[in-house]
Design a protein. Sequence first.
Length: 77
Amino acid sequence: MISVTLSHMTRRVLIYPGEDGFIVAEVPSLPGCISQGKTREEALDNVREAIILHEEVLRERGEPVPEDRVELVEVAA
């Protein structure tokens, strides 16, 4: 998990390989906010844009923009 810093907030982003060979970037604190790219850098650029648009839609709807309260925990199985 990495952090993406925008002008007003930092969000944690999960990065993982997709089944189609692309890199997936998912924002757990914004359910449904997900993007991808051919490279890690492209995926991060795309998810930054997705975060901005996702938050903009929430504000337009009068819905609260959730804080990033994601914690990464490793669990042995």
